[in-house]
Write a protein that binds this ligand. Structure first.
Ligand code: ATP
Ligand code: MG
Length: 292
């Protein structure tokens, strides 16, 4: 692409993650807005170039359900990724202002995430590995797009220690936390957990009673492995939604419903008359939460 970092003026910080900071920037000449994710690197030059090369895979993705990456730059020991700007932030931001999302709108969100996953899986053959509310971005047109795919795979080794941060584990499938083989089905598990969290208004796994939250990753991993998978309560949600969730949250990966099948699921059919416009109206009426 013809983009260069010098032509981008920083407007403000959009958010922070464990790996780096995301800035809103404006292009000096075109006035186009972008989000720039800056990831500090403390590794050798050679390795860094390899990582940048792999991140550029993102640049080859052209799909309306996946956040576009306009370029990857190396400067001053940082990797900067110029991303499509999503003006309503992430699903995590949305959840902070509305707590729960009604089922009919979850269907609109879910449909788009499934389309994005189908593309990642079938067209570019990548497993996302880190599907969670903060990696699903939304805009004021009601569009939902997947971001940060493959980034965890590429940066996993170099981020090292920070990976013990519990936030990167909680959406992982049982086979993944066990450290075993994981495949496309692992993303289906994470999707199920994300949707259930959006419906309930809280993360579906609860820390053992008497302890205040999760003490460490191993405690959570233990619970994911031992407990039956979480379910959507039948008295609060439609049978179609409950069945969709249990189709995603099967501990045995080969029993999970595939992305292609989920796109035909009765849950999506039930709410098929709802569109991105309905989601846009909902999202645009939210008052942004002050905590960010
Ligand atoms: P973690 O680092 O644990 O994965 P994270 O996904 O929240 O957490 P980042 O990917 O660095 O961390 O993103 C931080 C925040 O920046 C997001 O929660 C979102 O609010 C915002 N953000 C990221 N990318 C964009 C984008 N393309 N457009 C608009 N906002 C974005
Ligand atoms: Mg992210």
């Amino acid at each position: 692409s013809g983009l260069s970092l010098e032509d981008l003026e920083t407007i403000r910080v959009l958010g922070r993650g464990t790996g780096g900071v995301v800035h809103l920037v404006s292009h000096m000449w075109t006035r186009e807005l972008y989000a720039v994710k800056v990831i500090p690197m403390r590794i050798e030059e050679r390795e860094r170039k390899q990582i940048a090369r792999e991140l550029k895979i993102n640049g080859r993705v052209q799909n309306e359900f996946v956040v576009v990456c306009h370029g990857v730059f190396l400067e001053n020991g940082n990797i900067s990724m110029v991303l499509e700007y999503m003006d309503r932030g992430s699903l995590a931001d949305v959840l902070r202002s509305c707590r729960t999302i009604p089922e009919h709108l979850l269907a609109v969100i879910c449909k788009q995430v499934l389309e994005g996953l189908l593309h990642l899986h079938q067209e570019i053959h990548v497993i996302h590995r880190d599907l969670k509310p903060s990696n699903l971005l939304v805009n004021s047109r009601g569009q939902v797009k997947i971001t940060d795919f493959g980034v965890s795979a590429v940066l996993g080794s170099s981020i090292g220690q920070q990976n013990t941060f519990i936030g990167t584990y909680i959406y992982m499938s049982p086979e993944r936390v066990r450290g075993g083989l994981h495949s496309y089905d692992s993303d289906v598990w994470s999707l199920g957990l994300v949707l259930l969290e959006c419906a309930l208004g809280y993360f579906p796994y609860v820390a053992p009673a008497q302890s205040e939250g999760w003490r460490n990753v191993y405690e959570l991993v233990d619970v994911i492995e031992r407990q039956p998978p979480p379910v959507a309560p039948r008295d609060q949600f439609s049978p179609e939604f409950c069945s969709f969730i249990s189709g995603c949250l099967r501990k045995e990966p080969t029993y999970r419903i595939s992305v292609a099948e989920l796109l035909q699921h009765p849950f999506l059919r039930r709410y098929r008359t709802y569109t991105r416009e309905h989601l846009a109206t909902f999202i645009n009426e939210l008052v942004p939460s002050s905590v960010s």
